[in-house]
Design a protein around this ligand. Structure first.
Ligand SMILES: Nc1ncnc2c1ncn2[C@@H]1O[C@H](COP(=O)(O)OP(=O)(O)OP(=O)(O)O)[C@@H](O)[C@H]1O
Length: 332
């Protein structure tokens, strides 16, 4: 469904050059649900906009939906759906009007647009809302409407850019359920960007992880987590005892990746459940009180840390706001 080779995009704004995407290879098979994970500013949206013909690559090539991206962008557009960050519905339009208009834009007859709209609104829990102004919809309903609009022309492949950003946890989980069902019922291939670890973990068959414009890993969430060896342990002790406690923890069999921040020690061990009582006893013997303790199975954040030396959360905080550039000339 997607086969991209060396896809790259450089922006030049106010004399500053940003290599937003540095020559990525992406392969997505028909029917897959692939998550494109990375911190803010990693290059997710730029990659997505290239794959959906909205931005010309500076280098590289791609086949999208079986069509050459550079030679036949219009052909690509016909075969894909794209739901941008924040969507694109007009607040003063009614739901039914938006669906019909979108269908007509893709060359469907009025009757076909309505029939397809009814099918999609049924599947996306939007039935009975035809006469509602889109501005009166809840955040979750609006995102589902955006997805319905993206699927109106029955594309084989849909791109979703940060589909659940801004939604509350319950609406996010609900939208995940809808995305899974759409894939099952419509057989559509889904490529979505996210910076939410839980979303990437629970929704994707396969993940492609991007950082600083480069792909740093790919695989199923479980396969990626297997790369992290052992359980993560976080222990809080009184600040004056932290160095001594870290020394003791460092003697636990297989302890590695030790770090100390303030009064907290972090490390990994092969089996957290075995190591913890041992550590507790050893600290007790030296009269060091353990203030808090947490053991966790490897998470995607641990994976990101192993790959990049940074936590995904820290990477988010350090991300810069995008410099703006006039892009009219870039649109394919
Ligand atoms: N139009 C532009 N002009 C200049 N730099 C840009 C432009 N668009 C993006 N960038 C830069 O390219 C890099 C990648 O941005 P991009 O929006 O693709 O990241 P992202 O992973 O989608 O982040 P987010 O999750 O915040 O959407 C960033 O450094 C950004 O500042």
């Amino acid at each position: 469904m997607i086969k991209a080779r060396g896809l790259a995009r450089r922006f030049t704004a106010r004399g500053r050059t940003v290599d937003a995407v540095k020559g990525v290879d992406i392969d997505v098979e028909a029917g897959e649900l692939v998550g494109f994970l990375g911190p803010n500013g990693a290059g997710k949206t730029t990659t997505l906009r290239m794959l959906t013909t909205l931005l010309k690559p500076t280098a590289g090539e791609a086949m999208v939906g079986g069509v050459d991206l550079l030679k036949d962008p219009l052909g690509v557009r016909k075969r894909i759906g794209y739901v941008a960050q924040g969507g694109g519905t007009a607040p003063e339009s009614k739901v039914g009007e938006e669906i019909e208009l979108q269908g007509r834009l893709y060359g469907l007859s009025k009757a076909d647009a309505r029939a397809r709209g009814a099918e999609l609104t049924g599947q996306l829990d939007l039935s009975g809302l035809d006469q509602r102004f889109t501005k009166t919809l809840s955040g979750g309903q609006r995102r589902r409407l955006d997805i319905a609009l993206g699927l109106i022309h029955s594309p084989g492949l849909i791109f979703l850019d940060e589909p659940t950003t801004g939604l509350d946890p319950q609406s996010r989980a609900n939208l995940w359920e809808h995305i899974r069902r759409l894939r099952a019922e419509q057989g559509v291939t889904v490529f979505l960007t996210t910076h939410y670890l839980d979303e990437a973990d629970s929704l994707s068959d396969r993940l492609i992880v991007i950082d600083n414009g480069e792909i740093v890993a790919e695989g199923s969430p479980d396969a990626l987590k297997e790369r992290v060896s052992g359980d993560g342990v976080v222990v809080g002790v009184p600040r004056e005892s932290v160095s001594r406690a870290a020394e003791i923890a460092g003697r636990l069999p297989g302890a590695h990746e030790m770090s100390i921040v303030d009064d907290t020690i972090r490390f990994r061990v092969p089996r957290g459940d075995i190591a913890m009582p041992e550590l507790l006893r050893a600290l007790d013997a030296e009269s060091i009180a353990m203030r808090s303790m947490e053991v966790h199975r490897p998470t995607l954040d641990d994976v990101f840390f192993v790959l990049t030396g940074r936590s995904l959360r820290d990477a988010e905080e350090g991300a810069q706001a995008p410099a703006q550039e006039k892009e009219a000339a870039d649109v394919a």
